[in-house]
Write a protein that binds this ligand. Structure first.
Ligand code: THU
Length: 136
């Protein structure tokens, strides 16, 4: 699946956004290291804080099906380029440290980033592992 096809999947997922409070639609589509495709939309809840972003919906769908490594993720939203929020960047850090992140306006207009560009000097699983090993 190429960038354009993945963006198309994200645009389709965006149509499913459940956004009665913000009316801001977001869609995400990802490919895992083992070439499975998962999509997600944002889902809003009346008490607000349980709201789930599109990126996390897609990633949690993949992880819950046993696919723990994201290779590429494409994100589309109602503004011309919708960047992942801080929480989603941290979740991508967990499951897609080396992922290609595509921020798309449409299938032809998109930008590509690494996680390190969007979340520099990040904290991740290795930090906990190293700290635990130092205690031994
Ligand atoms: N939203 C996402 O789905 N992804 C992001 O990274 C940015 C924000 C959603 C959450 C909420 O439903 C709406 O956009 C407005 O914040």
């Amino acid at each position: 699946m190429d960038n354009k096809e993945l963006i198309k999947k994200a645009l389709e997922a965006k149509e499913k956004a459940y956004v009665p409070y913000s009316s801001y639609h977001v869609g995400a589509a990802l490919i895992t290291e083992d070439n499975e495709v998962y999509t997600g939309c944002n889902i809003e809840i009346a008490s607000y804080s349980p709201t789930l972003c599109a990126e996390r919906t897609a990633i949690f769908k993949a992880v819950s099906e046993g696919h723990l490594k994201v290779k590429t993720i494409a994100i589309v939203g109602d503004s011309s380029f919708t960047y992942p929020c801080g929480v989603c960047r941290q979740v991508i850090r967990e499951f897609g440290k080396d992922a290609k992140i595509i921020i798309a306006n449409n299938e032809d207009e998109y930008k590509e980033y690494t996680l390190d560009e969007l979340l520099p000097h990040s904290f991740g699983p290795e930090d906990l592992k190293n700290a635990n090993e130092n205690k031994k």
